[in-house]
Ligand binder design. Structure first.
Ligand code: DGI
Ligand code: FE
Ligand code: FE
Length: 403
């Protein structure tokens, strides 16, 4: 039996790792393949802000699931102190006494192996496999392979394979810029976004895909409209455009759930539903949406709060909260309602006046229909009315009689 072993930081595991394993497995035909995330690589310090060991293990498991016969092993993470390859191979040798262990490594590792802890033990316990054309250093690789064979009696497989052009460092640098998704499996990328590892912010194309899957098909146009309007308002008022887009994309992510499902989410996320919300579970989608977005997509606090307050607003909203609140109400695909055009124009003139009118319209709407006026709606309206007064601005003329 042959076992292919691939060790590394996997910080994060990327498509280059997966391609390497697939290519090596196609040639070596191992019965099993182990991805082994290193605890404390003796040769390499983990990049700052790196996720905890169990998170790297989770990512390695997700990556391994993409390769037949492959699994991640916590053999090094479970051990105290620096993880020496020689110790790992000793442990694996005990576990699989009859197997040929093949240690897959990158070019740099092959060239420096003699400076590792107990290189002779490594090469006695395992064969080495390396890609021939990696980094265009085939001459160096061939010479080193010969040297290791002669000096240590090592078995070295030099694999003809595509060079791996992806690097974890490169991917980590892209993630905060909403990039890098194309170098990762969807599962690993999802994990990185859910936990916002490496300061990652979601690729908005990816986020749309995921968020739209949570919507009734008929609501997609509304969310697209809300994103477009949130971007315009962000540009007009100097908010971060992609944050406004992110919040708008996610703002109705739990909207389609029934009252019962809303309440189940409340329980899951420890959300207290007040008596208003119990009577009108529709109002809960702002709270559950915020919690869901944080849990599933790692929405940071400022985006979570924009989702949280998008239905009623709140006194003293942040710029982002106010933008998402208004974008939701005035996006281009909204079914027309009285005052819509007036609020749309006002939103580009005076955000507070637009907010006040929007809420005044809601008050009129719920009163007219004999619905309950939600206290947050009333409080927010009063706040913005007072704010207009304080700054000497007059509320926009409009009464429910005006259409
Ligand atoms: O989720 P959307 O439909 O895109 O929009 P939304 O999140 O603003 O929710 C809209 C619903 O919330 C709409 O039917 C009006 C309702 N709403 C907002 N404030 C109040 C309210 N409903 C009642 N009964 N009372 C309120 O004060
Ligand atoms: Fe909503
Ligand atoms: Fe909405």
């Amino acid at each position: 039996m042959r076992i292919l072993i691939y060790g590394g930081s996997f910080n994060p595991p990327h498509l280059g790792h997966i391609r390497s394993v697939r290519t090596a497995a196609a040639v070596l035909e191992p019965e099993r393949t182990l991805l082994i995330p290193a605890a404390l690589p003796p040769h390499k310090h983990l990049a700052e802000g790196s996720p905890a060991a169990d998170r790297r293990m989770e990512m390695a498991s997700l990556a391994a699931a993409e390769i037949p016969g492959c699994e991640a092993s916590d053999i090094e993470l479970g051990r105290e102190g620096p993880s020496y390859t020689s110790d790992t191979l000793r442990q694996l040798r005990e576990r699989y006494p009859a197997a040929e262990l093949v240690f897959l490594m990158g070019t740099d590792m092959l060239l420096t192996i003699e400076s590792w802890h107990e290189p002779e033990v490594i090469m006695a316990l395992a064969s080495l496999a390396v890609f021939a054309r990696e980094q265009g250093r085939e001459g160096e690789i061939a010479a080193q392979a010969d040297h290791l064979r002669e000096t240590y009696g090592a078995t070295v497989y030099v694999l003809a394979g595509e060079p791996v052009t992806v690097s974890s460092t490169g991917v980590r640098e892209l993630l905060p810029w909403r990039q890098g998704r194309e170098y990762l499996t969807d599962s690993v990328y999802g994990c990185i976004i859910r936990h916002r590892l490496y300061g990652a912010r979601p690729d908005l194309g990816w986020l749309r895909e995921k968020a739209y899957a949570c919507l009734k098909p008929t609501r997609v146009a509304h969310v697209q409209g809300a994103e477009a309007m949130a971007r315009r308002l962000a540009l007009r008022w100097g908010a971060e455009e992609s944050d406004a887009a992110e919040a708008a994309i996610l703002h109705d992510c739990t909207k389609k759930l029934t009252g019962e499902e809303q309440l189940r989410l409340c329980e899951k996320y420890g959300i207290m539903a007040d008596k208003w919300e119990l009577e009108n579970p529709e109002l809960l989608h702002a709270k559950t949406g915020a919690a869901f977005a944080a849990d599933q997509f790692g929405a940071p606090e400022h985006i979570e709060s924009a989702i949280r307050w998008h239905t009623t607003g709140r006194p003293g909203m942040t710029l982002l909260e106010q933008i998402v609140f208004l974008a939701d109400a005035i996006e281009e695909n909204r079914v027309p309602y009285p005052a819509l055009e007036t609020i749309r124009m006002a939103a580009f003139e005076d955000l507070d006046a637009a907010t006040e009118l929007c809420l005044r319209r809601t008050v009129a709407y719920v009163t007219e229909r004999g619905l309950a006026l939600y206290p947050d709606t009333a409080r927010t309206r009063e706040f913005y009315l007072k704010k207009l007064e304080d700054k000497g601005a007059r509320p926009i003329p409009w009464t429910p009689q005006d259409q």
